[in-house]
Structure formats: structure tokens, C-alpha cells
Design a protein around this ligand. Structure first.
Ligand SMILES: [Zn+2]
Length: 168
């Protein structure tokens, strides 16, 4: 039988390989999606070695893009792994779910992408106001922090590519 066409399958919007939705709580002003990690390994961000050594479980609260104007909060029961490389200084590794969520970030990467794009087109304060209207909780200060973090992680341009004041 053909599947009914009037339901939205939320699983499809998340990395299905490592995340499973366990419960969805629809409240008047927000939607809380409970998820759990189903991973069994992860890659160390420092030495890139794959580890399966389990270090612990904790709940990460993360903001995602809004659904029909409602704020969306993910509560992810996530794993921490320990790096197996004796020469690596990393003790515990938070999962990133294939770039869906950065280590220790409190927003999904697609949410950060949206905020950074909007901020570049408007301003940090303007961006924060538009976001709040759409159902993303943020402030001008947070927008500035997200922009700085994003551009710090980009490779630095070669010195010869930078145009100095003296060039004018
Ligand atoms: Zn490592």
C-alpha cells in the first residue's frame, strides 16, 4: 500500500546512520526532539584516529532550524569516546555525527550556516531579530561569536594576497 502523504518523516532530516529519534514533544512554543546516538566509534579531531573506546554518555541540548516557525530543541543522548593514541593529548571526544554537529556546539551546523549567511546580508543585530521571529533563539552577541568562530576555522589567506593600506 502506498504510504500516506500527509505526514512529515523527521528521521529523513537527521543523519540516520548514527542518530535515532526516540520521542517528539510538541509544546505551544517549541518542539523538543529526543534522540539517541547509535554510533559505535568516532574519529579523534586532533589525530584523526578512529576510536571505539567508550568514555561515557551525556545529554546534549542543541538548537536546530525551526519547524513552521516553532523553535526546535534536540536533546541528544550522545556518546563520548576516548582517544586510543598514547601520543595524543585528547582525553574525551564528543561526537560530531558526520559534520551535523560540531564538538561542544550548542547549535546544529545548518543552523549556524543560516545565521552566518543572514548576518552577512544584514547585520548581527538585524540577523538576531529575524532569527527570533522565525523561531531561532539567539542574540546579536551570539551572532558575532558564531561569525568569528566560523571565520577563524577557515584557512588563513597567503600574506601576498592581502591588500594593505599602503596599496591605496
Ligand atoms: Zn587523538
Amino acid at each position: 500500500m502506498a504510504k500516506s502523504n500527509n505526514t512529515l518523516c523527521l528521521d529523513k532530516f537527521y543523519p540516520e546512520k548514527d542518530l535515532m529519534i526516540t520521542d517528539i514533544d510538541q509544546q505551544s512554543d517549541k518542539i523538543i526532539i529526543q534522540m539517541k546516538s547509535t554510533s559505535s566509534s568516532c574519529k579523534c579531531p586532533k589525530c584523526n584516529r578512529i576510536t571505539q573506546k567508550y568514555h561515557g554518555t551525556y545529554t546534549r541540548k542543541v538548537q536546530d532550524l525551526p519547524i513552521l516557525g516553532k523553535n526546535v530543541q534536540l536533546e541528544i543522548c550522545s556518546h563520548e569516546y576516548a582517544c586510543l593514541n598514547d601520543e595524543c593529548e585528547v582525553i574525551s571526544i564528543a561526537e560530531t555525527f558526520d559534520g551535523f554537529l560540531n564538538n561542544y556546539s550548542r547549535m546544529t551546523e545548518r543552523c549556524v550556516d543560516f545565521i552566518c549567511t543572514l548576518a552577512l546580508e544584514t547585520s548581527c543585530e538585524g540577523c538576531a531579530r529575524v532569527c527570533r521571529t522565525l523561531g531561532i533563539k539567539t542574540s546579536g552577541d551570539t551572532v558575532i561569536r558564531l561569525l568569528l568562530k566560523r571565520y577563524e576555522s577557515l584557512p588563513q589567506p597567503e600574506v601576498s594576497d592581502v591588500i594593505g593600506v599602503d596599496d591605496f
